[in-house]
Design a protein around this ligand. Structure first.
Ligand code: V47
Length: 356
């Protein structure tokens, strides 16, 4: 049975959810990793993608109370922030003009509507006209639309016209409603995240898909989540990358849940590469898992390590990541990739290679 599934993978045939579970549970770790690496190498040879990018997290005020979140704070609390557009512009002026991506996500602010976010997009573009903007999770889009009494389609179109190039992949968590009810009950059902990404794709706005794993879900839920992503991708071809995000357990309501082992991380990434046969890029997002582990995951199916960051995201440092001040130069990123015997390829938001 096991050999038959491995043969299927090697001959480019799609595996089922059941077969994925068998691979995860029964294939020796080294073989699982080898299989994922084989597929990654077949697609990209030794190339590993990276980008010069910066995050903007406009606020950590949030209308939701997700159990895994260490980021959200209330006005008056220590570590609360709510940046103005001017403050964001001043910060962006300190960032080199070589950046290609501005990644904007934050808490779901109770009062900031589409007008504020459009102004933000224009302001960001004014400082970095060379960069593309990957912004907002489906959850932020949903609330923005509601607050502004607009349809999702009109909201996305207005944001696109203001400079939005791609949607961020967050908010997906685990696309299973029973798990969502326990994990993030106010965030809406899976169908909401799915509908917003499909709508974005139909409007010519690509996106990413994340998966928050290693909390209360089982491996079956991870596979179910990936099956949903795979079927959306079959329909729209709108996803650029899949990003497994390991749950970090500090300073949140799930701090009693132990983080999963690195072996489990490796198996999860490898399975993602094997199962998601229609997804080009699997990203090992280093601010969440740490540079060294991200480097190892390049041998287990990942082909992208994200970017320079400039110490501009706090989601993971606040939840206990080893990267407390996530920042890395382009040269250091390239050195990591070369040390692992891969070839660094600088990309833009659309995974076009940059010549330099
Ligand atoms: O949806 C929150 C995750 C996501 C924790 O599109 C946590 O390239 C682990 O959208 N432990 C938001 N994860 C971040 C996001 C993102 C990140 C990286 C790349 C991209 C991309 C998008 O952060 C949330 C949630 O799944 N998150 N808290 C935590 N304690």
């Amino acid at each position: 049975m096991l050999n038959r599934i491995v043969d299927k993978v090697l001959s480019n045939q799609r595996i089922t959810e059941k077969e994925a579970l068998i691979l995860y549970n029964q294939l020796p770790l080294s073989k699982l990793v080898e299989l994922a690496h084989y597929i990654k190498t077949y697609r990209f040879d030794k190339q590993v993608f990276f980008i010069q990018n910066v995050h903007i997290e406009p606020t950590n005020s949030c209308v939701h109370r997700c159990k895994f979140c260490s980021f959200h704070k209330q006005p008056g609390e220590e570590l609360f922030w709510e940046y103005s557009i001017e403050e964001i512009q001043n910060f962006l002026k300190t960032i080199p003009k070589t950046i290609q991506e501005i990644h904007i996500t934050g808490g779901v602010h109770p009062r900031r509507d589409i007008g504020w976010y459009r102004e933000l997009l224009f302001a960001v573009k004014e400082i970095h006209p060379q960069a593309q903007i990957k912004a907002f999770t489906a959850i932020e889009i949903h609330y923005m639309a509601k607050l502004s009494s607009l349809s999702i389609s009109d909201t996305l179109t207005m944001l696109k016209n203001a400079g939005l190039n791609s949607l961020a992949g967050g908010g997906a968590e685990i696309l299973n409603d029973k798990i969502r009810m326990q994990l993030c009950p106010e965030k809406g059902q899976s169908s909401l995240w799915i509908a917003i990404h499909k709508e974005a794709h139909s409007l010519g706005i690509p996106s990413n898909a994340t998966m928050l794993y290693g909390h209360i879900e089982k491996i079956e839920h991870r596979i179910e989540h990936m099956a949903i992503i795979r079927s959306i991708q079959d329909e729209t071809h709108g996803f650029h990358a899949f990003i497994p995000l390991k749950f970090r357990n500090q300073n949140n309501y799930l701090s009693h849940v132990n983080e999963v082992s690195f072996i489990e991380d490796v198996k999860t990434f490898a399975l993602a590469r094997i199962f998601l046969d229609n997804m080009d890029h699997i990203k090992a997002y280093w601010p969440m898992i740490g540079k060294d582990k991200a480097a190892f995951l390049l041998h287990a199916g990942a082909d992208d390590i994200d970017g320079t960051i400039y110490n501009s995201t706090r989601i993971y440092s606040m939840s206990g990541s080893e990267e407390q001040k996530p920042s890395i130069t382009k040269n250091e990123l390239m050195e990591i990739i070369i040390r692992e015997k891969f070839v660094p390829v600088e990309r833009n938001i659309f995974y076009q290679k940059l010549n330099n």
